[in-house]
Write a protein that binds this ligand. Structure first.
Ligand code: NDP
Length: 322
């Protein structure tokens, strides 16, 4: 089969489109024939070594949709069943091995492309807004990189929950896109003081929660945007890692809460995973959730997709097709 691997670790130029042996499913595993592949920033971290993988060359891609090609001896899933998943590495390929417990059945009214566009970032938006800090009507959240893959989905799920959404982005075009997806107020955080603007918009109170995927350039200012006892959910680092942090700062800035969650810990229970995916498929079907696909690239062009994502050139989702 054809696959894209990182060999060696490093920049996008190290992505190799090559022949690899088609894997065979063992106990608890399913071989999925991939029809659509989701691109995520996590793929960049495995490509450049920020996140460590045990194998060489490193397999890439943590999200996909397709059909069951073969099932392990103890797995009761028919060949041809439509499925989708997130958080199993190796989807940058024509076939991928996926643990059964990470697969969800794909309803007929959800396309492979939509599934590959919603599983990872959509379930992330779901756990951030429903479990990590369950947003309620009347609350206000701040969403950084609000026109990004995770960002546009968090904006929409926060609106479904009835919250007020303040978003940050780098350009006016991205601000407009986030508004079109429901954001109430947009700030260009590339201009000096987004903290003052958040204070102004909240009548000096601060927001209840900040969903921060940007990391290095926003982390400390995000703390200044919170109300007393508010929560900073630091869930990514598209601008670079946050580094050392003294918890005493949380006390000084108003008895704040800080968490650094990962999707893996919010979908480890298969019932919870299915519930999150089912909510997303329902909202897609009834029109409350809209997907924006920035571009669909050929698998062989994965390096260009990475360049565009890292270069802040994209909005919404990037897809690959094998
Ligand atoms: P995005 O689509 O959000 O792309 C990254 C965006 O970050 C850019 O478009 C850009 O938006 C913004 N950004 C700000 N500074 C920089 C910079 N210096 N370089 C590049 N981008 C920058 O990506 P994803 O939605 O895939 O992921 C965002 C982050 O969230 C990643 O760190 C990812 O790993 C993390 N994540 C974490 C999860 C978890 O469970 N913990 C799950 C999913 C994602 P702008 O131009 O508007 O500033």
């Amino acid at each position: 089969m054809k696959a894209v691997v990182a060999d060696p670790l490093g920049g996008p130029e190290n992505l190799k489109y090559m022949d690899q042996p088609t894997p065979q499913p063992g106990a608890g595993e399913v071989l999925v024939k991939i029809e659509a592949i989701g691109v995520n920033f996590i793929d960049v971290y495995f490509r450049n070594g920020t996140y460590k993988a045990p194998e060489t060359p490193v397999k890439l891609g943590s999200e996909g949709a397709g059909t069951v090609a073969a099932a392990g001896p103890d797995v009761d899933l028919p060949v041809g069943q439509r499925v989708a998943y997130a958080m199993a590495r190796g989807s940058y390929a024509e076939y991928a091995l996926v643990p059964r417990k990470l697969l969800v059945d794909l309803p007929n009214n959800v396309s492979f492309e939509d599934a590959a566009a919603v599983m990872l970032q959509g379930m992330t938006a779901h756990y951030l807004t429903r479990s990590t800090f369950p947003l309620k009507s009347g609350q206000t959240c701040l969403v950084h990189a609000a026109a990004g893959g995770a960002g546009l989905l968090i904006v929409q799920l926060a609106k479904i929950a009835g919250a007020t959404v303040i978003g940050t982005v780098s350009t006016e075009e991205k601000a407009q896109l986030a508004r079109e997806h429901g954001a109430d107020h947009m700030i260009l955080y590339t201009q000096p003081d987004f903290v003052a603007e958040v204070k102004r918009l909240t009548g000096d109170r601060g927001v209840d929660v900040v969903y921060d995927s940007v990391g290095s350039t926003t982390f400390h200012k995000s703390l200044d945007c919170l109300r007393p006892r508010g929560m900073l959910v630091s869930f990514g680092q598209s601008s670079g890692v946050v580094g050392q942090f003294d918890p005493l700062v949380l006390s000084q800035k108003g008895s704040l809460f800080l968490t650094r969650p990962s999707l893996a810990n919010y979908v480890s229970d298969p019932a919870e995973l299915r519930q999150r995916a089912s909510d997303l498929f329902t909202w897609l079907a009834d029109g409350r959730l809209r997907l924006r696909v920035h571009k669909t690239y050929k698998l062989a062009d994965a390096a260009q997709a990475h360049r565009d994502l890292e270069g802040r050139k994209t909005t919404g989702k990037l897809l690959l097709t094998p």
